[in-house]
Ligand binder design. Structure first.
Ligand SMILES: Cc1cc2nc3c(=O)[nH]c(=O)nc-3n(C[C@H](O)[C@H](O)[C@H](O)COP(=O)(O)OP(=O)(O)OC[C@H]3O[C@@H](n4cnc5c(N)ncnc54)[C@H](O)[C@@H]3O)c2cc1C
Length: 541
């Protein structure tokens, strides 16, 4: 033996991800899902076990495209590593793709957000199909006869990975196809054509011809797709099998070689006379699919918050078990500053996503909550996703060289971290969407600030005054959109933390993010006895 292995932390495994996250558990109760606490606890224990290992396996063995079977028939299937199916099956069996539609209790969106947040920490790649299936249901309800047929399958807790005609499966998953080569943000540029196979109209059959440049989870059973019909851009329901049980034309050209999210497949698709049904009116494609997009944007916030929590948990765990210069890292004043700063940002993201999920719960019966959700989703989607990569990079550095090595999981969290910012509206597009939402619905702006101003703090009042002044001036407003949206998000997070967060977390968030007593990197908090308490609160145990 050449040496003893010393001063290396034990792996962070076999722990309960729910119980070890105080901000999460407090938020679940506060935001109306106390009834789901035992369910979340049990799920937190499951995810903290074997699924952590599955996450590694699923990434080390990425999906492979099978265009043809051995006899030369086109099949367009994707083969995944068994651990990917285990992770996705775990999510489906716990209702992460459908809980609020299957069990529409008050607080169901919050309960689902918590479960989604937990699983995403084991592996984010299954979040995409779970999210699209969850989000597809409200858009599908625009066409009740299709919803009647498909909703029971899309909300089933049975997971069956085989691609088969719908009537042979109890469960089903849904994807979306909007982005084309010539434009993703500007879907008006879509060139895929839709031709009615009969008289046309809502629910009628159409043939699609064209392509999609990004189509994630192509193994799904059905998709909502945008295409140009005679009366304009329209939303179509495209199942993988036609009603007679034959394969629909859904040519997977290739899989994307992505930066991260590697366990999940994203593909390029071609349609050639592909059988579909119109959802909603011709020409109303964007308002129809927006029902789906609003929910996937909520999941971008949840997913980014989960990525942050996973990274912070690793950083806290590592530094608690590693010493340098004669002292445990977590107790070194400068490391404590970095860790506390990361923990504050992570808690801000967690309280935000839970408050937002509650607005989805209440939005079903309360127009004001619906208006608040519309604006707050875009504001938080921009900011929480924007913070994720910076936080992931800094958390990685807390592990030193170990953090740069795949086995530590930090490289995977880092690679995943920009995704939610790009998908479902990249940063600029989201900020412009915030401006549009405010222009269309001035009452949403007042509801947003009423929520923000329900906390009382001098620093918050000054920040709100400043952002309101920015909003009152329309000169160069598009050029200032990021400034405005960032400030709105920070005000909302400060208000939520003041009302619901730990006192130290709220105070330092306001001192740094609102009052500017902060540098440009994490770890620049003003010295305070609160830092040790923040670190202790966030530490996974
Ligand atoms: C991993 C992954 C999975 C995906 N899965 C799917 C999927 O399943 N289905 C699907 O339909 N799409 C999917 N997408 C595509 C994604 O939604 C688009 O990439 C995204 O909407 C941006 O569109 P784009 O790539 O065409 O970029 P562009 O629209 O060309 O935008 C490029 C940049 O310009 C900015 N920009 C655009 N307009 C303006 C403006 N007016 N002012 C200032 N800046 C502007 C954008 O913010 C962006 O930063 C996926 C993407 C990724 C990375």
């Amino acid at each position: 033996m050449t040496h003893d292995v010393l001063n290396q932390p034990p792996p962070l495994e076999n722990y309960n991800l729910f119980d070890s996250d105080r901000a999460l558990a407090e938020g679940l109760r506060r935001e109306g899902a106390a009834w789901a606490e035992e369910r979340a606890r049990a799920f937190g224990a499951i995810v903290g076990g074997e699924p952590l290992r599955w996450g590694f396996n699923a990434n080390e063995n990425p999906p492979e495209l099978r265009t043809h079977d051995r006899f030369g028939h086109r099949i367009d299937e994707v083969e995944f590593h068994p651990t990917y199916h285990q992770l996705l099956g775990l999510g489906v069996r716990h209702g992460l793709h459908s809980l609020p539609w299957r069990e529409p209790e008050p607080g169901a969106h919050v309960a689902r957000a918590v479960l989604f947040f937990l699983l995403a920490q084991a592996e984010a790649g299954v979040g995409c199909p779970l999210s699209m299936t969850y989000s597809g249901v409200p858009a599908l309800r625009v066409q009740p006869e299709i919803a009647r047929e498909w909703e029971p399958r899309l909300t089933s807790f049975d997971y069956d990975p085989a691609l088969r005609p719908a009537e042979q499966k109890s469960g089903a998953m849904c994807g979306m196809g909007m982005t084309e080569k010539q434009g993703g943000s500007d879907v008006r540029a879509n060139t895929t054509r839709a031709v009615a196979l009969g008289a046309g109209g809502p629910g009628a059959e159409y043939a699609l011809t064209g392509h999609k440049w990004f189509c994630s989870a192509p193994m799904s059973d059905a998709f909502l797709v945008l295409a140009q019909a005679p009366r304009g851009l329209s939303c179509f329901f495209v199942p993988r099998f036609r009603p007679d049980g034959s394969r629909n034309v859904f040519r997977i050209q290739r899989l994307k070689d992505k930066l991260g999210n590697r366990s999940n497949a994203s593909s390029e698709i071609e349609f050639d006379g592909t059988w579909s049904r119109l959802v909603g009116e011709e020409g109303r494609g964007v308002p129809t699919i927006i029902e789906m997009v609003n929910h996937t944007r909520l999941d971008c916030v949840i997913g980014a918050a989960a990525g942050m929590r996973a990274a912070v948990a690793q950083a806290l765990h590592h530094t608690a078990h590693r010493a340098a210069f004669g002292r445990t890292l977590i107790d070194q004043p400068l490391m404590q500053n970095v860790l506390a700063d990361l923990a504050i940002e992570s808690e801000a993201a967690t309280v935000s996503m839970l408050r937002l999920a509650r607005a989805f719960d209440e939005g079903g019966r309360d127009a004001e909550q619906r208006a608040f959700a519309r604006l707050a989703t875009a504001v938080l989607k921009y900011w929480v996703c924007k913070r994720n990569p910076m936080l992931a990079a800094e958390a990685l550095e807390c592990l030193g060289g170990n953090g740069y090595v795949e086995e530590s999981v930090l490289p995977r969290l880092f690679r995943e971290s920009p995704l939610n910012g790009v998908w479902e509206g990249s940063g600029n597009v989201i900020c412009l969407d915030v401006l549009r939402a405010m222009g269309r619905s001035p009452e949403a702006v007042e509801l947003f600030f009423a929520e923000v101003e329900s906390a009382s703090d001098e620093r918050l009042s000054r920040a709100v005054e400043a952002v309101r002044a920015e909003l009152g001036n329309f000169e160069h407003i598009e050029m200032r959109a990021r400034r405005v949206v960032e400030r709105m998000a920070v005000c909302l997070q400060a208000s939520l933390l003041l009302r619901h967060g730990a006192a130290d977390v709220a105070d330092l968030y306001c001192a740094t993010r609102l009052a500017g007593d902060h540098g440009r990197a994490f770890g620049t908090l003003p010295p305070s006895a609160g830092l040790a308490r923040i670190v202790a609160r966030a530490r996974p145990s």
